[in-house]
Design a protein around this ligand. Structure first.
Ligand code: ZN
Length: 161
């Protein structure tokens, strides 16, 4: 069965083909890398925070369509948002993918395009693929206040699913 065989597959495949905000930031405050050994996905996320908001965000990595599309949608969704709102979005994504029962309308409305990832719920082994970038985002946003502007500094965190 194809995990993307649902209503939203076009959107996800388009993000896989043409990922948004792909690359490295010149000036990142936080970085985290997530690995999902079950699928072989790796995603590195970088965040530059300004005035309590996610001013810049970029990712790079290799993975399945779900993993890359989720990371791409993530960057699009949180760029420019206050850090607190980005954290809420991450929590909402986690809930969407792990809750019992179908998502509520209000939930879907709050997630916007990200609701496209709900099809993954039918494939429990792929939920980690969809969550990988979000877990890296949590690591970035929960890190200490921006101190270093060196993208390669020692604060680079690692997440393992
Ligand atoms: Zn995967």
């Amino acid at each position: 069965m194809n995990p993307l065989d649902d209503l939203y597959q076009d959107l996800l495949l388009e993000h896989k083909r043409r990922p948004r905000n792909y690359g490295r930031l010149q000036c990142a405050h936080h970085g985290a890398t997530g690995h999902n050994p079950l699928c072989g996905d790796t995603v590195s996320l970088q965040v530059a925070e300004r005035d309590g908001s996610v001013a810049e965000i970029a990712f790079e990595g290799e993975g399945c369509a779900i993993c890359i599309a989720s990371a791409s949608l993530l960057t699009e969704a949180v760029k420019g948002r206050p850090v607190a709102a980005a954290k809420q979005l991450s929590a909402a994504m986690h809930e969407l993918l792990t809750q019992q029962g179908p998502p509520q309308e209000a939930q879907q409305a709050a997630l916007g395009k990200l609701a496209a990832l709900q099809g993954v719920r039918r494939f429990p082994s792929r939920i980690k693929c969809a969550m990988l970038a979000w877990r890296a985002l949590d690591q970035c946003l929960n890190a200490a206040a921006p101190a270093s502007v060196d993208a390669e500094d020692g604060s680079h965190a690692r997440v393992t699913s």
